[in-house]
Write a protein that binds this ligand. Structure first.
Ligand code: HEM
Length: 505
């Protein structure tokens, strides 16, 4: 950790800006405070008077300073910037954010750890969140992605279970609990592709600036003719990828647990603005039926050879938040915040996410979370009013619809861009766990990873798997054998070479 850097000079910078000026202290009501550092007592040893409204104001606010942390992705860093269109994709989408080359849209981005709590260390092995909020003329568009293109499960019904195994064991309050983690992973084989990615080199990024981002789930574009296309979003770092080894990551955790937050803050504060180039993959509905894999399964990638990356724009982060709490902790991304021209797909993880983010924000931040400045669209015209923390009255517009008093009406353009989905099928619960779980994982292991990377992957897996009980180890090693026999053999040998429970296949 550097001795002095932009982040450690924050207070010094404030003090310099103030010059000779010093404001007077007030209560939360703006009333000047006569004495800040002493409570109002009867005599020197006397009890404190209830009349000490200054103290009560201070203590009451203090007890309410913390709100529930995000149930996942609790620790993170945010920054502001802009997105600029560099390529014309209007043949695919009518979304105004992409309407012309050179168009700029303000954005805010939040990077995060997935599993750890608010105080967790930055350089632990984990997926990283990479969420974007676009403040468009058609309202907010939130693209809530990760730094890997696939996810561990493909049905949202499993999400709370999957997160539970990453979190603390509620009996011991210890994390990670290796039995919980590997038990679930070994029983849900669709996790294999994501597991290989997490334990490979990119599992510990050296900087939030030096990782790619992916929308992961499949979305749909609708163009001005009402034709729709399925799409996936990619945002690739212009800084180049950089990762930490497990050893270095663990070392940094002990000396600078906020390493990634510090790196982002300092880069932006010193004018070294990070940027990403944004791409989409496009699939027509006709192509869907001919595919050998399910394009709505978020444990799969769309092969680039068949679905090349089409450039669409670039985004730059050039401003740090002034208040972490107001602008990052209260920042709320909602997958259901979509704009005309961008629609959901049948991806069943996405379908669950469409409900869950708004719901968690109502719990974490309250019903009017979209009115907080950092979450607020440029315009809101609706028939919702009031509730805790309400900031808007919509200038006296009617509060019921239909009405005869010029209240807001539906937009014909938005109506025209709403696709009609032909849906057929019986309502049923289908466990998708036995779909193809290995073809793409095998491709990653055998074709994408280089020999040295495969070696580090084995070491990283062993460093976690060696702590699980023998039965679970065996089951997971049998799953690794379905990726590659030699891969599983190396893991087994390395575990058996240590003083760990013996594994017999
Ligand atoms: C059914 C599956 C999923 C559910 C139910 C779910 C639910 C949640 C919830 C409840 C939060 C906390 C939000 C908050 O308190 O503000 C969250 C955060 C997040 N999720 Fe998911 N999630 C799911 C899958 C995914 C997937 C597949 C990705 C990656 C594409 C993802 C990326 C993120 C990110 C980046 C955040 C942090 C957003 C921020 O920075 O505030 N989630 N998720």
């Amino acid at each position: 950790m550097p001795l002095r850097d932009a982040s450690s000079n924050q207070l010094l910078d404030y003090s310099r800006k103030q010059g000779d000026q010093r404001e007077s202290i007030t209560t939360s009501g703006g009333n000047p405070v006569p004495e800040k550092d002493a409570s109002l007592t009867v005599g020197y040893h006397g009890p404190i008077l209830l009349q000490d409204w200054v103290l009560i104001d201070e203590l009451a606010h203090f007890s309410r300073e913390r709100i529930p942390e995000r149930v996942v992705h609790a620790k993170g860093a945010g920054a502001f910037g802009y997105f600029e269109v560099t390529h014309d994709i209007t043949k695919y989408t009518a979304a105004k954010v992409f309407s012309e080359i050179g168009k700029k849209t303000p954005i805010v981005v939040r990077f995060s750890q997935v599993a750890g709590e608010m105080g967790s260390a930055d350089t632990l092995r984990d997926f990283r969140g990479f969420a974007l909020k676009f403040y468009t003329e058609d309202g907010i568009w939130d693209l809530v992605g990760n730094n890997f293109p696939v996810f561990f499960i493909r049905d949202c019904a499993l999400f709370p279970n999957f997160i539970h195994v990453l979190k603390r064991n509620p009996s011991t309050h210890i994390r990670p609990d290796y039995d919980m983690f590997w038990d679930f992973i070994s029983l849900r084989e669709e996790s294999m592709h994501a597991v290989l990615m997490m334990f490979a080199d990119r599992g510990i990024p050296a900087s939030y600036r030096q990782m790619h981002g992916y929308g992961v789930n499949t979305f749909a574009f609708v163009n001005n003719q009402g034709k729709f296309f399925y799409c996936k979003f990619h945002y690739l770092t212009d800084q180049g990828i950089a990762n930490l080894t497990s050893d270095l990551g663990n070392k940094i955790n002990g000396t600078d647990p906020d390493y990634l937050i510090r790196d982002l803050y300092n880069a932006i504060e010193t004018g070294n603005y990070p940027s990403w180039t944004m791409y989409v993959q496009i699939m027509t509905p006709e192509q869907v039926s001919k595919l050998s894999y399910d394009p709505f399964d978020d444990s799969k990638v769309w092969l680039h050879a068949e679905f090349p990356l089409i450039p669409i724009g670039r985004f730059v982060l050039n401003k740090n938040p002034k208040s972490y709490f107001a602008e990052v902790e209260q920042l709320a991304f909602d997958v259901a915040h979509l704009i005309p021209g961008i629609e959901p797909s049948p991806d069943r993880m996405l379908q669950g996410r469409l409900f869950n983010y708004g719901d968690t924000h109502r719990y974490r931040l309250g019903i009017n979370n979209t009115q907080l400045p950092v979450n607020s669209p440029f315009r809101v015209n609706n028939y919702q009013r009031d509730g805790q923390g309400a900031l808007q009255s919509q200038n006296g517009a009617p509060v019921y619809h239909p009405n005869s008093f010029k209240g807001p009406e539906e937009e014909s353009r938005a109506k025209a861009l709403s696709p009609i989905w032909p849906l057929v099928g019986d309502a049923q619960r289908i466990d998708s766990g036995h779909d193809d779980n290995y073809t793409q994982a095998r491709l990653l292991y055998k074709r994408v990873l280089k020999p040295a990377e495969r070696g580090r992957l084995v070491d990283n897996i062993v460093s976690w798997l060696k702590n699980a009980n023998g039965v679970i180890q065996e089951r997971q090693i049998a799953n690794f054998a379905k990726v590659d026999e030699d891969f599983a053999k190396r893991i087994k040998e390395e575990i058996n070479a240590g003083s760990h429970p013996q594994v017999n296949l």
